[in-house]
Design a protein around this ligand. Sequence first.
Ligand code: PHB
Length: 406
Amino acid sequence: MATVTTTTTTSTSTNGPPPPKTIQPPPIIPATSRLFKPLQVGKMQLDHRIVFPPLTRNRNADDHTPLPFMVKYYADRASTPGTLVISEATAVSHLEEGQDNTPGFVSERQVAAWKQIIDAVHAKGSYYFQQIWGMGRASFPEFMAKKGLKYRSSSAVPMAGVDAVPEEMTEDEIQEIIQSFVDTARRVIAAGGDGVEIHCAHGYLLDQFLSDAVNKRTDKWGGSTENRARLVLEVVKAVVDAVGADRVALRLSPYAAFQDAEKGDIHGQYLYIINELKKMPAPLAYLSLVEATGDPGALIFGGKSVNQGRTLDFILEAWDNWSPVIVAGGYTPATAGWAVEEHYGKWDTLVAFGRHFLANPDLVFRIRNGIELNKYNRPTFYLAKNEVGYNDYPFSDEYLATHAKP
Ligand code: PHB
């Protein structure tokens, strides 16, 4: 999981929906709801708009290779055909494998292990995107030191609560990381993945360039809205050139204060990115946006999660359905129905459920049929290399009575 700092970014206002703590049976969402309407996303023909989002789970081996039991976890969550399954964040180079038991997509062993997962998701009739990232200063400094790797970021600005100062990345290192994103995207596609989601959120490496709280550079990679956005835009363009726009997605978390990656001018910074992306010759497969209520700083530590009237509307308006948008952050089945039908009803929107999907392998079936959800168990979210809290959440009796054994 992410570095545990004392700066949990809980907020005091209560005018947004808190994340659910107890699980109610979902209301019956009419089968006619847009939530269950098929949608073309990139090259994929999704059967509905409920998405399994990227979730760090620490079930990889010490060499950052997926453990074999991860195949079942991903395949189970792909059990409703036509579901989009997105992998946990995966390092684009060994230099970015900065926390214990998180994965990479670099070595032959890693690629072979992921290929089994990709094949298993496809065997269920579902689709698969690999989320790819660098961790930068969100790596654990002691872990990096032990491996003899440089602890680095956009600038030499430490993260609150972490007793280490990252080194500012050099021009060569920046060029190398762009190439690492490209090489990894190629490996994902060669392994059969449907696409890659570039992680520019939550204070990880690309977000460390975007944030004026972290990025203090005075070269072309910092110092202005345009310069802070340069790295993510160059990465997106290079990856699009390599694998095609319809196989590339981008994740952004405009409001997250997690790992101190705030932005002073949120609207200006993100609208610049959106407008630049829209100048590209073809749309990305999708844009993934985290609601203010989805800030991991609040969610991971069980804090209060609020939106304070901060919405994603300005981005959706600017994007204006250039391609579909996935929203995430504290949604319930009922609010998801409301989001796709009403709040974001003008656009093609999908909703991701992290905690509910990890606890309910048949989440899509349950929502469609109004079946009570399993409760998630937070203490086992990050139980390293352990199947407890991972492959032991049951399918519903209703699912088991009507389907072959998963
Ligand atoms: C985490 O490891 O806690 C984590 C990873 C990726 C995210 C958010 C949180 O986007």
